[in-house]
Design a protein around this ligand. Structure first.
Ligand SMILES: [Zn+2]
Length: 181
């Protein structure tokens, strides 16, 4: 049997201490069911990879896949795509695809990250109503993230935005390789 497999396919597991619930204002969200320690992996973008030529880009993909190169995005198979944005998040991005706790998270807290930790393109932005006193109002492009916020997130911003070597690598379109099992 032959499958097509993206060459950087990595299987991640969602953290067993989180689950999906309805939120009061923002549709579904991911919440901590138990205490989660700083540094723990929450979920990861481990799903299909799309470039800008992909057809058809759906509204669902547009709103849930994350950017990991100049013109390339990845969705998740698990909960990662349902984690909401906050301008005062408790999680950040490690490497390119991992959502990791930036601080200790208590049971019952909603899991959030800042979508500008991965996005840098002209095509996507959203009005933010996270309600935090530091809310930046419109979210969409890492270039607009204030310096003090970048400093606060240090080590938790996607490597394609912070590491020149990763940036160079991700300009290459993902090659599909044939894998026989
Ligand atoms: Zn906000």
């Amino acid at each position: 049997m032959t499958h097509l497999v993206a060459n950087d396919l990595i299987i991640f597991m969602d953290n067993q201490k989180v689950s999906v619930h309805a939120t009061r204002k923002f549709g579904r969200g991911v919440f901590a069911d138990r205490f989660i320690k700083k540094g723990e992996l929450i979920a990861a973008f481990d799903g299909p990879i799309f470039d800008e030529d992909y057809e058809p880009w759906t509204r669902d993909m547009y709103n849930h896949a994350i950017q990991f190169g100049r013109a390339i995005w990845r969705d998740s198979k698990g909960m990662a795509r349902l984690i909401n944005h906050s301008c005062e998040p408790n999680c950040g991005i490690k490497a390119l695809f991992k959502v990791v706790a930036m601080r200790d998270i208590n049971s019952g807290e909603q899991i959030t990250w800042d979508y500008e930790m991965t996005e840098k393109n002209l095509h996507w932005k959203m009005k933010c109503k996270c309600g935090n006193k530091n809310c930046r109002g419109v979210i969409g492009n890492y270039s607009n993230m204030p310096l003090e916020v970048r400093k606060k997130y240090k080590g938790h911003i996607s490597e394609w935005l912070t590491s020149p070597s990763t940036k160079a690598k991700t300009k290459i379109r993902p090659k599909l390789i044939k894998k026989s099992i």
